[in-house]
Structures are given as structure tokens and as C-alpha cells.
Design a protein. Structure first.
Lengths: 296, 333, 308
């Protein structure tokens, strides 16, 4: 009986071309958004990159946790959905943006990697757009998740369906305010961070710009008699900082929690207009920045 | 001057590289065509001035264009900026309206540093594969393959910041390959590499051109390496076309023989004169016009009769460099 | 000899950048070669007096001090010496003329403006000299750096990767210039990775590998010294087979390879082969069309030195 012939095969390990489907621009941008979103949270980047995002997130959630505990003891909900813990929110957001916006844009500027993006089937504006959406989503998580925790913690001790309904009714506008915050703060952080490739400088610029303007507004308002004063100065003092502008818009749109940072009164529309202008200016600046970046 | 005779693979490369094994057929029409391409920047700086050139498939060298001209041409070809006048088509698509289509078919390796130090090569090339439009798993696979082809298989999980210059250049090449481009634009690929690194990179580029079936345009200042790996050459000067031709037409035999003897050069020169050959001395060699086949024999006999040590006898070839020697003034790009 | 290094070492903590190097560099053009990180820049900076050797002696002898003095902490050596570093080290906001004139003034030349004009003309930068350096291409910046280095007519010129970024015409021009300066008796040392150009320009080379001096001298002579590597010649003739048979009969020839493109002859004795080839061809009535050493180039010599 003859033995079976031993056989062998050599496979061609040479270059293989790709004839499969290629994703269009929309999906490429989506991939870039997801990649940037992960960078904003330090995912895929070692422990050190995650410290600030995680601390920020935990800090933001603390009031919700404290509230859950308090409500379970029978107290009323501690924080309004539309303002949450105002001071904490501003401080944590500034820190988060100042630390993470440079992660998204300054790193790429520093390593001069942009020509590699622009030589791909993307448009020039797609890059800043993707970064913006990614950072906005990251801020949304940072703002809205604690609100949801607040909600869940409160309705956990709710006594009736009516209670739950009330909470839900109050939550929705709060989420809307959160969206407004995310949209503006991300724009500001990104456009300022995109000014430089040095991350330390970018962080500094963002932090200083945000804090300084915030303090200026608060001081101006205080000088004019404080939040409750009806003088014009007190009313428009809040126009000098994005955070007070946001608060002003909130109150103008009917926010019920007491305004900690602004009380626009009849100047409400002005706050609204300035919000839009500021947002447009930041986004326009961002787009222009990347249209003019040329290396090689 | 003695010519470097280390032409390791030029002789084994086909003159017109066809498709690689198992690769799809590439069309034989020009990969890049420009017609009266002009670009003037504000402040009256003319980077390109009526450039008309046609780049055939294969490996083409782009030389001479310095500074503004080269980077402007590349940006126009990538569809990133419009020309002031004239037209450019890449792989049959007009750069003015089909920039995105072109960029999907092109792989670009920039001249300058463009790598982030704190990611691994694998992550980086995979991400850029996604940016080229590859689906997620395909991007991962092609990234690994590209890194293998450029010789970074073992080091692909290390951070790019730990790489040597040669390895970084290879990562740049890998990201250009990951999207399976039809045309590669390599800008000074041997920049910063030491001789061993240069040799390795040039071999790699030659292999890509010959085996992978991808057309390549190499922008370089180094004429020696262009002669080594390119089939064609496009020489640009002051934004205009100086000359575009196949390399062989630049390096044609010149009908002049170069003779080198270890000693007794003057003696040989005199002897050749006696036998009716006028030889000009140039550093270590004698240049003898090639009258006919018997010139070889006269030289052989003269050397043998004088018992001189013959270490070189070759027909001199023209060099691309001569193109640039002809003009007197140095360019101010 | 102008520049003398005797057992020079340079270390940074545990990192030894230069390891016990003894070399002499004289007038003419010398090429300093080596892989990246081999220590070429360190050696150049030590010669230029920017770094002291950690051990050993380094002296530079010029017309004003033929006995030789160390360049470290000896600022008046800069009257006779200049360094063109690799890095971009030009104030971009100055014009070319301003930059070169400023350097001339720093050298306390008697007529800095005239010296600047002369140096700029030497580098053929007169047309662009009144533009700001920020508008220059990379090759032009290199040239203005060299102009500034030449403004005080130094006897010793050190250039670190001088051709970087230059287009072909600029390279040819620079090579001609260095060749001219070298034949005027100056001592020129330049480092480069482009071996074709080093081969053309310099008589002697100094090859540094991993901080040590691997070889020095004329590269052809260095090749002769590599006796463990047989020399390989390509020969084409009117009758390769007969010639090949005749060659294998010669004691110097160790192997003959016959292929469609000609003969590849391996020989252990370069000189003997060179003497034999024409005689053999004549005696057998064979026409010699081509005789080429295949691994005599600087490129090959360098590769062998690195590999060892």
C-alpha cells in the first residue's frame, strides 16, 4: 500500500491590496470623534492621563451622592437640576477643559501630525469639527451624568408617582441647561488650546482666561451691589464671563433656581445674544485656525 | 571622479514595474499631469510658473524643486490648495474638484517630523488607517501588515518616542501604505538617515515600486539616490519644468571611456597619444573618446605593454547632475 | 597637523559619547563619517571648543600659533576657526546681510561691512542678502550660516552636515566652494551621511563608530587594508569564458563567476589582478570592454567598517 505523499504549501506573504469597502467621510469623522472622545477621558493612554478626568468626574458626582443620602433621610432635594452645585460645576469644568482640551488639539499641533490628517479623504473643517463634537460630548458626560445621578438618587426615595413626575419635569430643562454649558465651554476650551502646541501653555491659557473672566464678572456684580441689586451695572456685570453669561441665559429662559452668578433682569436677551456670538466666534476661530495651519 | 558602483538592485528591477503578484492591473496612463500650472502667493511670490509635466507610472524622482515650489506642488496635487492658473490631474481626477477622491487614493509621507511620541506605532498606524476610510478590523490588519513590510514588526508595540530616526521614517512610510494607495508621494524619505539607513530605505522603496505595484513619486535633493531607484525623473527649476525624461536617457552612455590605473597615469596618457588617442586627465582617470571598437584594444595594449595595473575601464555615463551644472547661477527659491 | 586629538574621551555620566580617540587632521578637506549617534557631532563640538574632553588632549594649531593650543576656554582661537552647526541657529528676524555683518562685528574685524559683502558674494547669496532670514529656504539658511562662518576668513572650518536641505545646484556650488577653500590650504572638516559627496570632496576620511575611531585616511587605502574581504571586479569582454579560464589560472584570483552579464572575479590581491588583467586579455586576443571594482566605493568601505 503506497504511503500518502507528504505535501506542503508556501503562502505568498507579499503585499496584499485592499479591494473591500471603504468608509465615507461621515464615518471617518465619526471615527475621529470617538478617538478624540477617548482621549478626553484619557482612555487608551496610561494611568496618568486618566487622573484628572476621573477626579473631575468623581468630584462632580459627589453632590449627587450626598443628595441621595440626604433625601433618603427625608430631606428635600439639595440641588436644582438647572444649576446643580454652581461653584463646583464651574471649577471642575474649568479644570477639566484646561487639562483635556490640550490633549485633543495641542498634542497634534506639537507633533505636527496634521498634514497626515489633511492628506486623507477629510475636509479641512472636519478635523476641528470632530474635536469639538468629541469635547462637547465629554463635557456632556461630565455634566449630565451627575444630574442623572441626582435624579435617580432623589426618585429612589420618592414617595409617589407624582413625585417622580415632578422630578422628571424639573430634570429635563436641567439637562437642556447642561447641554448649553457643554456646547459653549467646549468651544472656548478648544479654541484657546488650539493657539499653542505646548500643552502646559494651553492649559494655562484656558485656565487663566476662564478664571479671570469669571472673577472679573463676579467682582463687577458685587461692586454694583450683588446679585439681587437692580442696578444696570449689576445686571450687565455678568456679560464678562462665559459662565455668568450661561447663567444669565438660563435665568432669562426661565430657570427657577436662584441665580448665583447673574441676574440679568431685562437684559436677558442681551445674554442670549452674547451667548450665540461667543459660540460663533469660538467655532469660527477654531475653523480658521485649522484652515491656516500649514506645515509642508 | 569615481562613480559609486553599488547598484544593488537597479539591475534586477524591471524598467516599468507592472502589477505585483496578485495585485490588480494598474492603468498605464500618466499618474500625474499638470498643464501650465501656476501658483502665485500674495506678495507676488511665484512658487510655480506654468509647470507642464506628465508623470508616468513607476518610480519617478522629483528633483530641484526647493522650498516653496515643492511644497506648493504637493499641496496642489493633494487637492489642498487651488492653483492660481492651469490644471493638475492626479490618477485621472482634477485636483480642483476631486481633492477628496485623490486623497483617498494617495499615500503621503511628509518630509518633516510628524509623529507623536507617546503612542505605539501600531496604534498610530491603525488610527490613520481608520482616517483613510478603512473599517476597524481592516485598519488593524493592514496596520500590522504595513509595519511588517517596512521592517518594524518586532518593534511595533513600542512607543514611537523610543524609535531611532530610521524607524521613525519607516513609520511614516507605513502610514502612507496602510490605506492601500495607488500612488505614493514620498518627500525626502532618506532625510536624517545615516548611510545604512538610507540604503535600507531606498531598497524598501524600490521593492514597493517593483513588487507592490504602487506608483511612487520621490521628491529628493540627492541625485545619486534618484539615479538608483527611479525609472523617470522630473527636474523643476524656478517653478518651471527643467526636464522630464526616463532616467536612462539622463544616464546614457557618453561615448567616452574612463581608464584608471593604480600608477603611471601620465605615462599611459603619453603612450596613448603615441598610438593616436587623445586622453584627458581628470583627477585619477583618463578620459578617452570612444572612436570605435578598436579604441578598447588600443587602450588594452598600451596598458599591457607598459605593464601598468588597470583597475578601471568603463564607458562614462552621463549623470543627472549635469543638468544642474549647466546653468551658472544658483537658485534663490 | 592642524587638529590633534590624543586619547580623547567624552562622557556624560555613564554614557560614553567618544571613546579614546586619537586622530590628526591636516589641511585640505576631511570627511567625518559615522552612523547616527556615533559621536561625530561631539567630536566636532570638542574641536570647536564648546566641550572639553573628559580625558585626553585636543589641540588646534594655526598660523598664529603653530605649536597648537586647546580650543576649550580659548576664545581667541575663534579668530582662526569657525563652526557651522547642524541646527538652525540664525536669528530669523535679521536680514542675511545684517546677520553676517553682526558676526563680522563680533569678530572685531576692521571693516565688517566689506567682509560681510565678500563672504555673502562667496556663497552667491548677494541677491537674497537683503531679505529676512525667515523668508529663506533651508538651503539658503545653510548658505548664510556658512557665509557668517567665513566672514573672518578662518583657517579652520568645521561643518556639521552642511548640505542638509540644499537642492542639487546649491550642493554642487557648495562642494566647489569647499574644494576651493581646501585647496587654498585651509583645514576643512565636514560631516555628512551622503557618501557619494564625501567621496568626491574629501581626500581623507575619519570614520567614527560607537564613539571609537574605526578608520582614517584615504578610503581606497583603507579598502586595501581590508585583506580579509576579497576584492570583487566585474569584467566584460569579447570572450568572457576564455578570459575567465585564463584568470582562474592566476594565483591572485580566488573565484570567477560567469553569467550572462559578464564575469565576477574575486581576488585576494588587488594589485596583482590589476597587473594581470590587461596582459591576459592582450595575450589571448580578447577585447576588454569593462573592468569595474564593485566594492571599492566609499559606500562599500563604510558598510564594511560598520559591519565589523
Amino acid at each position: 500500500m503506497p504511503e500518502a505523499q507528504a505535501t506542503g504549501v508556501i503562502h505568498d506573504l507579499g503585499y496584499r491590496s485592499y479591494d473591500g469597502p471603504r468608509l465615507g467621510r461621515a464615518q471617518i469623522v465619526r471615527a475621529l470623534i470617538w478617538h478624540s472622545f477617548r482621549s478626553a477621558w484619557g482612555i487608551g493612554r496610561g494611568i496618568k492621563a486618566k487622573i484628572i478626568p476621573i477626579l473631575a468626574f468623581v468630584a462632580m458626582c459627589l453632590p449627587a451622592i450626598v443628595n441621595a443620602f440626604a433625601v433618603s433621610q427625608g430631606n428635600a432635594r439639595l440641588f436644582g437640576y438647572d444649576v446643580y452645585d454652581p461653584q463646583l460645576r464651574v471649577v471642575v469644568l474649568i479644570i477639566f477643559i484646561a487639562a483635556q482640551a490640550p490633549e485633543l488639539v495641542s498634542r497634534d499641533l506639537r507633533s505636527h501630525v496634521l498634514p497626515l490628517y489633511f492628506s486623507r479623504p477629510l475636509r479641512r473643517d472636519d478635523y476641528p469639527l470632530a474635536k469639538y463634537i468629541a469635547l462637547t460630548l465629554a463635557c456632556l458626560v461630565l455634566i449630565e451624568v451627575p444630574l442623572l445621578l441626582l435624579y435617580v438618587g432623589t426618585i429612589a426615595s420618592a414617595k409617589s408617582g407624582h413625585d417622580v413626575w415632578n422630578q422628571t419635569k424639573a430634570l429635563i430643562p436641567g439637562l437642556g441647561v447642561g447641554l448649553m454649558w457643554a456646547v459653549l465651554v467646549a468651544a472656548i476650551g478648544l479654541v484657546l488650546a488650539s493657539l499653542t502646541g505646548r500643552r502646559a501653555y494651553a492649559t494655562g491659557i484656558v485656565a487663566i482666561a476662564c478664571f479671570l473672566t469669571w472673577i472679573v464678572s463676579i467682582v463687577l456684580i458685587q461692586a454694583e451691589g450683588g446679585i439681587t441689586s437692580t442696578s444696570t451695572g449689576a445686571r450687565i456685570g455678568g456679560l464678562f464671563s462665559p459662565f455668568t453669561i450661561l447663567d444669565g441665559v438660563r435665568i432669562w429662559l426661565g430657570g427657577t433656581s436662584p441665580g448665583e452668578d447673574a441676574n440679568p433682569g431685562r437684559f436677558g436677551p442681551l445674554y442670549g445674544v452674547l451667548f450665540v456670538i461667543l459660540l460663533a466666534a469660538c467655532l469660527g476661530g477654531l475653523a480658521t485656525r485649522y484652515r491656516n495651519v500649514s506645515r509642508s | 571622479m569615481t562613480r559609486s558602483v553599488m547598484r544593488w538592485h537597479r539591475s534586477t528591477m524591471p524598467s516599468n514595474p507592472g502589477p505585483g503578484p496578485g495585485g490588480p492591473t494598474r492603468i498605464a496612463s500618466p499618474v500625474i499631469e499638470t498643464r501650465a500650472l501656476t501658483k502665485v502667493y500674495p506678495g507676488n511670490v511665484t512658487a510655480l510658473d506654468g509647470l507642464t509635466v506628465s508623470v508616468a507610472p513607476g518610480v519617478t524622482g522629483l528633483v530641484g524643486a526647493n522650498g516653496a515650489g515643492k511644497s506648493t506642488l504637493i499641496k496642489i496635487l493633494l487637492g489642498l490648495i487651488p492653483p492660481s492658473q492651469g490644471q493638475a490631474t492626479v490618477l485621472g481626477h482634477d485636483t480642483r474638484d476631486s481633492g477628496e477622491t485623490i486623497r483617498a487614493l494617495l499615500g503621503y509621507m511628509p518630509e518633516h517630523d510628524c509623529l507623536p511620541p507617546d503612542v505605539t506605532a501600531t496604534e498610530f498606524v491603525t488610527h490613520l488607517g481608520r482616517m483613510s476610510g478603512l473599517p476597524p478590523t481592516v485598519a488593524k490588519e493592514r496596520a500590522a501588515e504595513s509595519l511588517r513590510h517596512v521592517g518594524l514588526h518586532e518593534e511595533r508595540y513600542r512607543l514611537i518616542g523610543t524609535y531611532s530616526t530610521g524607524m521613525k521614517q519607516r513609520v511614516k512610510l507605513a502610514q502612507a501604505l496602510v490605506g492601500d494607495p495607488r500612488l505614493l508621494l514620498l518627500d525626502e524619505p532618506t532625510n536624517g538617515l545615516d548611510p545604512a539607513g538610507r540604503t535600507a530605505m531606498l531598497e524598501l522603496i524600490g521593492r514597493i515600486g517593483a513588487e507592490f505595484g504602487i506608483s511612487i513619486v520621490v521628491a529628493s535633493h540627492l541625485l545619486g539616490e534618484i539615479e538608483r531607484i527611479c525609472d523617470h525623473l522630473v527636474a523643476i527649476d524656478a517653478g518651471r519644468l527643467l526636464r522630464a525624461d526616463s532616467i536612462t536617457s539622463f544616464t546614457m552612455a557618453s561615448q567616452v571611456l574612463a581608464v584608471e590605473v593604480e600608477e603611471g597615469l601620465a605615462q599611459l596618457q603619453a603612450e596613448l597619444a603615441v598610438r593616436g588617442l587623445t586622453a584627458t586627465a581628470q583627477q585619477r582617470v583618463l578620459l578617452v573618446p570612444l572612436g570605435g571598437d578598436d579604441t578598447y584594444d588600443v587602450i588594452r595594449d598600451a596598458v599591457a605593454d607598459l605593464a601598468l595595473p588597470l583597475c578601471r575601464l568603463e564607458e562614462r555615463r552621463h549623470q543627472v547632475e549635469e543638468l544642474f551644472r549647466d546653468e551658472g547661477k544658483v537658485q534663490h527659491a | 597637523m592642524t587638529i590633534e586629538l590624543r586619547n580623547v574621551s567624552r562622557w556624560y555620566g555613564n554614557v560614553v559619547a567618544v571613546n579614546d580617540v586619537t586622530m590628526s587632521i591636516g589641511p585640505g578637506v576631511t570627511g567625518l563619517l559615522g552612523p547616527n549617534g556615533a559621536g561625530k557631532s561631539t567630536i566636532m563640538h570638542m574641536i570647536a571648543g564648546f566641550l572639553p574632553p573628559s580625558r585626553g588632549e585636543l589641540t588646534v594649531a594655526t598660523a598664529s600659533d603653530p605649536a597648537g593650543r586647546p580650543s576649550w576656554r580659548n576664545p581667541d582661537i575663534y579668530r582662526d576657526m569657525a563652526l557651522v552647526p547642524e541646527r538652525d541657529s540664525v536669528y530669523a528676524f535679521l536680514t542675511g546681510t545684517q546677520f553676517v555683518t553682526a558676526t563680522a562685528k563680533l569678530h572685531q574685524l576692521a571693516d565688517p561691512d566689506a567682509a560681510a559683502v565678500r563672504a555673502i558674494a562667496l556663497l552667491d547669496m548677494a541677491d537674497a542678502a537683503d531679505r529676512k532670514v525667515a523668508t529663506y529656504s533651508k538651503g539658503m539658511r545653510q548658505r548664510i550660516k556658512v557665509a557668517a562662518a567665513l566672514v573672518h576668513d578662518p583657517e579652520v572650518l568645521l561643518l556639521d552636515e552642511p548640505f542638509n536641505g540644499m537642492d542639487p545646484r546649491q550642493r554642487l556650488h557648495m562642494m566647489d566652494l569647499l574644494d576651493k577653500l581646501g585647496s587654498e590650504g585651509r583645514t576643512i572638516v565636514f560631516s555628512s551621511h551622503i557618501l557619494e559627496e564625501v567621496e568626491r570632496l574629501s581626500g581623507t576620511i575619519q570614520v567614527v563608530v560607537a564613539g571609537r575611531l574605526a578608520a582614517s585616511g584615504d578610503f581606497r587605502a583603507i579598502r586595501r587594508l581590508m585583506t580579509s574581504r576579497p576584492h570583487v571586479f566585474t569584467v566584460r569582454s569579447s570572450d568572457d569564458r576564455t578570459l575567465g579560464a585564463a584568470l582562474i589560472g592566476r594565483p591572485a584570483v580566488t573565484a570567477v563567476d560567469l553569467s550572462g552579464t559578464g564575469l565576477q572575479v574575486r581576488t585576494s590581491d588587488y594589485g596583482a589582478f590589476c597587473r594581470d588583467i590587461a596582459v591576459l586579455a592582450r595575450d589571448h586576443g580578447i577585447r576588454l570592454r569593462e573592468v569595474q571594482p564593485t566594492d571599492e566605493s566609499l559606500e562599500s568601505v563604510f558598510a564594511y567598517l560598520i559591519a565589523d
